[in-house]
Every structure is written in structure tokens, then in C-alpha cells.
Design a protein around this ligand. Structure first.
Ligand code: NAD
Length: 243
């Protein structure tokens, strides 16, 4: 089905990547809006909304989508937990995909990590290593945080089990810790490896991003999927059938 999309945040890095990916996929951007524009003028003629803009822009965009009963894909990040809880209630009134990472590969990595943590018990030491470009201002990455949440949940461990890097005389590794290591350098868009190491073998699951287009293509895949769903909030695991 060829969709008509209202793209909010169209002048940003992701906006450009989504417009390029839409052109490749034969999807139509029927309205491209950014700060100062009025999406109310064009939403009626679009099938779905994609929002990769700014956290403060999510509420008005979502209210407009709800008023016009339009499905929406939200990629914008940076909402406070309280804000996000409010916005999710609003989002549930229309078909909505909301994900912190739209890469198909990363979402498969989440599912594979859960499966590996289920099969490989606490005998297998779990460590997460991520690498990003030298300009990144926070660590560990949001994607690494999600991988850690998955491992902690499967192993029934609290966040106090996390070991951020190691230095000095740490003593032997305990089976109830999960290591996390953040490397920074160059122009790396985002690499994540999850390791499960036992005596005699090691399993490594790695994802490497080399192009922001992966998020754009994932968001478009979410838009094509969400238009035929009933109202509710979904994530990329739903879109990809990984639940
Ligand atoms: P960017 O700063 O390059 O672009 C953001 C765009 O939004 C800008 O053009 C800006 O003018 C516009 N904008 C700001 N306020 C607006 C408003 N009130 N209404 C409409 N447009 C407004 O940022 P980016 O790299 O394109 O990322 C955009 C968002 O998407 C960020 O929140 C980022 O964290 C998120 N992101 C999510 C994923 C994912 O997979 N979920 C991937 C990449 C980026």
C-alpha cells in the first residue's frame, strides 16, 4: 500500500533521512512540517503521521493526530518519565508505534539477547560493550541500557548488579554481576555487543550501525504496519512480530 505521510521535524537529520527512504520505498510525504509550521492545515489529507522532532512538539502533534484519528509513529526522545506517561495515555486513543530505536537489526538484537539470556543461565557471564562517536555526550547509550534491562529482567537482578567498567583490584567476577563498557571515538554511529562467556565457550551478539537510514526505514516499516492496527500503543517488537 502506498501511504501518504505527514512528516514532523522534516528539516532535521532524521527528517531528511525519512524523506530519502520514503522516496526509495515509493511512499509519499504529503506534508513536511517543522518548527513554526501548522500541521493542522495538512493532516486531513495524510494516512499517517511520523514525528521525529523535539520532545516539546510531541504533545501538540499527538493531540492533532487523535483529533483526526490518524495513526502515528513517534521516534522523538527526551520526554521526562512523567510527560511520557501522560503522552502514552493520549497515544493509546489511536494506533501508535512508539520506540526509542527503530532499527530492525537492533530490535532483533533485543529479541536475541532475551532468548540467549533465557537459554544461557548465570553460568554464562553477561557483559555489554558499546561504541559511539567522539561527540556523544552520555554513556551508556540508550540502546545499551535497553540490552541491560533485558538481561537484568531475565536474570531477576536489580540495577545494583551493573558494573560500569572495571578498575583496580575488583576481586574475581561474581555470577550476579552484569558488565557494561562504553568506548568513544571517531565517527562510529553505534556498535553494540552482548557477550555471554562461560568456561569453554563464548557467545557474542553484535550489531553495527553504519547509516542513520536504518532508523528511517524502520520508522516507515512501522508506519505501514500501524495503519492497519486497532488503537493502542505498540513498539518495534510488535511491528516485527518478535513478541
Ligand atoms: P535534529 O535536531 O536534527 O532535528 C529535529 C527537527 O525537529 C529540527 O528540524 C527542528 O527544527 C524540529 N523541531 C523542533 N521543534 C519543533 C516543533 N515544535 N515542531 C516541529 N518541528 C520541530 O534531530 P534528529 O537527529 O533528526 O532527531 C530528532 C529526534 O528523533 C530526536 O528526539 C532524536 O533523539 C530522535 N531519534 C530517534 C531515533 C529512534 O530510532 N527512535 C533515531 C534517531 C533520532
Amino acid at each position: 500500500m502506498s501511504l501518504s505521510i505527514l512528516l514532523n521535524g522534516a528539516k532535521g537529520r532524521m527528517g531528511h533521512a525519512i524523506a530519502a527512504a520514503a522516496a526509495e520505498a515509493g511512499l509519499v510525504i504529503c506534508a513536511a512540517t517543522d518548527v513554526g509550521d501548522n500541521p493542522a492545515a495538512s493532516i486531513a489529507r495524510c494516512d499517517a503521521v511520523i514525528d521525529f522532532s523535539f520532545h516539546a512538539a510531541t504533545r501538540p502533534m499527538l493531540e492533532l493526530a487523535v483529533a483526526h484519528r490518524k495513526p502515528i509513529v513517534i521516534g522523538t526522545t527526551g520526554h521526562s518519565p512523567a510527560d511520557k506517561a501522560e503522552l502514552l495515555k493520549l497515544a493509546a486513543q489511536v494506533p501508535c508505534v512508539w520506540a526509542g530505536n527503530y532499527s530492525v537489526g537492533v530490535n532483533l538484537l533485543f529479541a536475541l539477547t532475551r532468548r540467549a539470556a533465557q537459554v544461557l543461565g548465570s553460568d554464562y557471564d553477561a557483559e555489554v560493550v558499546e561504541m559511539h562517536h567522539r561527540f556523544k555526550k552520555d554513556a551508556p547509550s540508550g540502546t545499551a541500557e535497553r540490552l541491560l534491562e533485558i538481561i537484568l529482567a531475565e536474570r531477576k537482578l536489580e540495577r545494583s548488579a551493573l558494573r560500569h567498567g572495571r578498575q583496580g583490584i575488583t576481586g574475581e567476577r561474581t555470577p550476579t554481576e552484569v558488565g557494561i563498557h562504553a568506548l568513544r571515538g571517531g565517527d562510529v554511529i553505534g556498535d553494540h555487543t552482548v557477550m555471554f562467556a562461560a568456561l569453554g565457550e563464548r557467545v557474542e551478539l553484535t550489531h553495527k550501525a553504519s547509516d542513520r537510514g536504518i532508523f528511517a526505514r524502520g520508522a516507515l516499516r512501522a508506519a505501514q504496519w500501524v495503519v492497519s492496527q486497532p488503537p493502542g500503543v505498540y513498539d518495534m517488537q510488535d511491528v516485527l512480530g518478535l513478541k
